[in-house]
Design a protein around this ligand. Structure first.
Ligand SMILES: NC(=O)c1ccc[n+]([C@@H]2O[C@H](COP(=O)([O-])OP(=O)(O)OC[C@H]3O[C@@H](n4cnc5c(N)ncnc54)[C@H](OP(=O)(O)O)[C@@H]3O)[C@@H](O)[C@H]2O)c1
Length: 174
């Protein structure tokens, strides 16, 4: 199984405000849809409730510590519930060998130790927010790929130990 954490992060670390995302970036959500389509998402209960519905074409494993939590209005097809990130990742692995961790901050933090790669959309803005990307020890991660878009750039990181001999994007041997 490959666990990929996918997030959009502003320059000041903000990822959310008032239960939503404080920006609209042409192409960013379409990119999220394209890469995750057909796979399985793990997300926190608050993120699921902020989206308000299952994302089509993907199985969603929602993490909640409340064993009786159900999506408002009943559990739709394609939505599973787990009471820990470990159980969520185990359940996700039974469904697909590519798992995307889709936030929010609490779930990113708890899934980080289980994550193989990061796909970060760096948003070129400093919005007000109340939810922040967790702190990451970037010396553990090596950037392998970066693509610039208008107002944001997407970068891929793998664990530094997986890239022996790889020449980093700044020419550093990592
Ligand atoms: N920019 C981005 O890429 C991005 C992506 C996703 C979300 N967001 C934003 O982030 C915000 C939501 O993030 P958030 O951090 O507040 O909430 P969250 O991580 O989406 O959900 C938190 C909830 O998930 C459950 N949970 C978290 N860790 C758990 C664990 N280890 N075991 C069991 N359950 C666990 C708990 O649910 P219970 O309380 O039910 O126990 C917890 O209250 C929103 O503003 C959203 O729009 C941004």
């Amino acid at each position: 199984m490959t666990v990929t954490l996918v997030a959009a992060v502003a320059r000041n670390g903000v990822i959310g405000r008032d239960g939503g995302i404080p920006w609209k970036l042409p192409g960013e959500q379409a990119r999220f849809k394209a890469i995750t389509m057909g796979h399985v998402l793990v997300m926190g209960r608050r993120t699921y409730e902020s989206i308000g519905r299952p994302l089509p074409g993907r199985t969603t494993v929602v993490v909640s510590r409340r064993p009786d939590w159900q999506p408002p209005g009943g559990r739709p097809h394609g939505v599973r519930v787990a009471t820990s990130v470990e159980l969520a990742l185990r359940l996700a692995a039974e469904i697909d060998d590519q798992v995307y961790v889709a936030g929010g901050a609490l779930v990113y933090a708890d899934c980080l130790p289980h994550t193989d790669e990061l796909l970060i959309s760096w948003v070129d803005a400093e919005p007000d927010g109340d939810t922040f990307f967790p702190s990451v020890d970037w010396s553990d991660w090596a950037e392998t790929d970066r693509k610039q878009h208008d107002g944001w750039a997407v970068a891929r990181y793998v664990r530094a130990t997986h890239t022996e001999g790889y020449k980093g994007s700044h020419g550093d041997q990592v």
